[in-house]
Design a protein. Structure first.
Length: 120
């Protein structure tokens, strides 16, 4: 699996690592009303504790595809009382828009895993 997107332009090479795409997707998801937080696996949580939040590993799975396309999978925790399908759809829309605007990549597959519900 590719670790980064590479594109050459008239000035040289531009590389965008998959962690950058994951970070953008996480931040875009957190912007959506009804998202309490991003769900992280045990390794990511441990690294964040050890590094005091400065871990270079971000939650989610990113896969670079052909033709500047990317697949994104991210877990979220939603607020109690929200309409989960609506929140998840809003997260998908915001991730798509933000990743396209910031990277020029085209998210063609955005999986949202709702992993929990918490009080606000």
């Amino acid at each position: 699996m590719l670790q980064q997107d590479e594109r050459r332009n008239e000035y040289g090479l531009v590389k965008i690592h998959k962690n950058v795409v994951a970070q953008i997707a996480s931040m875009a998801a957190k912007e959506v009303e009804g998202v309490n937080r991003i769900s992280a696996n045990i390794i990511t949580r441990a690294l964040n504790v050890i590094t005091k939040g400065k871990s270079v590993r971000y939650p989610g799975r990113i896969e670079f595809l052909k033709n500047n396309e990317v697949a994104i999978c991210i877990g979220i925790i939603v607020n109690y009382g929200v309409n989960i399908p609506e929140v998840a759809a809003s997260v998908q829309e915001n991730i798509k828009k933000t990743v396209e605007n910031m990277t020029g990549l085209y998210p063609v597959d955005i999986h949202i895993k709702v992993k929990g519900v918490e009080a606000r």
